[in-house]
Design a protein around this ligand. Structure first.
Ligand SMILES: Nc1nc2c(ncn2[C@@H]2O[C@H](COP(=O)(O)OP(=O)(O)OP(=O)(O)O)[C@@H](O)[C@H]2O)c(=O)[nH]1
Length: 458
């Protein structure tokens, strides 16, 4: 795996990528500065503590821990081909990542997964980037977002299964922390593919919409496009980083979102004589790290120097939502199976019977009074009784008809039998008469006992 030393740092970089800049790490827990409220536990002011216990060094401890462990960060770059995803990544880390890429053999044939190890100061970052070659380039793009969603769910499921094992010491966490969705620059609106994809992705992971190659729009067009995107996202209830718990961070992200980015690895001298990364045109230069020109710096701050840990932590909330759904589904299926045998509370080792009873009582207890429940129960049992009576009546009727048809058939068989016997007797008499050459009368007398006996069935 390639180990990349510090990404290019320019003077305009406001905060280099380091955990020491992260508010999560450096913010004091301020145990003594919370607003006064009714407390059950008495608060000890610093002067009342005879000796310092060292609480103030907790952030330092935390920072040390983070430095030791490093971090794992997984980022999906979604969007159509040619929207500048690879260029953006190289610009973000200040190094041509393409030259160091180590493609891992992903179990998903339609996903490109790359892993990098980045080091800055004494902090290690294991970065995984994921993209979908051919996204939006098929004849039918209705389900282009499927590989992304499958990838996210796969790693949630794997994490959940590992968590359920007795030994969790080797727990491997490859959950996705953020998805940058690259929107084609246009001054119209979002495509159906963009909408559908962002809707599905935002349910599972922190979504950050990005206006790709934003230097192809002028300032007014860009503002209008950003407004349209925000309105459309709100209308379709697509949340941007909606699981981050800190409202300040959410507000900060929403203030700029969607992020208009420009990517380039070429450096040029700007009007102040500084060497900066930029895209140069005959009409001028777009500086990547100039907030006047694009939102690259703001996005880098969110992803790297300021809020990476917020993104990582909020993944837990996304994961919990997934886990809740999975476990509920698993219980529902187990409950369905259990319904085949009536649940017994005496033998309720796994709590399933209690769950069934709880589930049975839940809709009523939350929305209906006991009288309503009784009335509902009475109506339900009435319906069941009526259905049962109807079923019994119909069954009895069909049995009766079936019995009558049997009797009718038996009578027909008897009739047939009777005529066959008569015919046999007649033939026998005829045989006797021919054999003896006698008169018809004597033959008849001799045959009559046979006829009589056979006819009577004796
Ligand atoms: N004008 C402009 N062009 C850009 C920008 N970023 C990238 N490009 C150009 O767009 C083209 C495609 O860039 P890539 O980074 O390869 O795009 P991609 O999304 O990774 O493409 P795939 O690898 O096919 O998915 C290249 O010619 C880049 O030089 C940008 O911000 N503005």
């Amino acid at each position: 795996m390639p180990v990349l030393s510090s990404p290019i740092k320019t003077e305009t970089s406001p905060r280099p990528f380091s955990p020491s800049n992260n508010p999560f790490l450096t913010k004091s827990p301020a145990p003594y500065s919370r607003p006064a409220s009714k407390r059950l536990i008495p608060r000890l002011e610093p002067d009342e503590v005879s000796a310092k216990v060292g609480l103030a060094s907790l952030p330092v401890q935390h920072e040390r821990m983070c430095n030791r462990k490093g971090a794992k960060f997984t980022m999906i770059l979604a969007g159509c081909s040619g929207t500048g995803k690879s260029t953006f990544l190289n610009t973000l880390f200040g190094v041509p990542l393409d030259e160091h890429k180590e493609e891992t053999s992903s179990i998903f044939f339609d996903i490109r997964e790359r892993k990098y190890e980045l080091t800055e100061g004494n902090f290690d970052l294991q970065l995984t980037t994921v993209d979908v070659p051919g996204f939006g380039a098929k004849m039918d793009n209705q389900y282009s977002w499927m590989p992304i969603v499958k990838y996210i769910d796969h790693y949630f499921r794997r994490y959940m299964l590992q968590e359920e094992q007795p030994d969790r010491s080797k727990l491997e966490d490859n959950r996705v922390h953020v998805c940058l969705y690259f929107i084609q620059p246009s001054n119209t609106s979002l495509s159906a593919l963009d909408l559908e994809s962002m809707k599905e992705i935002s349910k599972r992971v922190n979504l950050i919409p990005v206006v790709a190659r934003s230097d192809t729009l002028n300032r007014d067009e860009l503002m209008e496009f950003k407004n349209t995107i925000n309105k459309t996202l709100a209308a379709f209830d697509i949340g941007v980083c909606k699981f981050i718990s800190d409202q300040e961070v959410i507000d900060k992200i929403h203030l700029v979102s969607p992020y208009a980015v420009v990517g380039s690895n070429a450096t040029f001298e700007n009007s102040e004589g500084k060497l900066v990364r930029a895209r140069k045109y005959h009409w001028g230069m777009v500086e990547i790290e100039n907030p006047e020109h694009c939102d690259f710096l703001a996005l880098r701050e969110i992803l790297m120097s300021e809020h990476m840990l917020d993104l990582i932590q909020s993944t837990e909330a996304h994961y919990n939502a997934y886990r809740r759904l999975c476990l509920r589904d698993r219980l529902e299926r187990a409950a369905d199976n259990a319904f085949r045998q009536p649940p017994s509370l005496d033998d309720d080792e796994d709590g399933l019977a209690s769950y069934l009873l709880y589930k049975k009582s839940l809709p009523w207890s939350t929305i209906m009074s006991q009288d309503d429940v009784d009335a509902e129960d009475a109506q339900l049992s009435n319906e069941v009784r009526k259905n049962l009576e109807e079923y019994v009546r119909k069954t009895e009727l069909s049995i009766k008809e079936w019995r009558q048809s049997l009797v009718r058939k038996q009578a027909e068989f008897n009739e047939d039998l009777k005529s066959i016997h008569i015919r046999i007797s007649e033939l026998r008499n005829e045989c006797h008469r021919l054999k003896n050459g006698g008169s018809k009368e004597s033959d008849q007398d001799a045959a009559s006992p046979i006829l009589k006996n056979e006819y009577l069935g004796e």
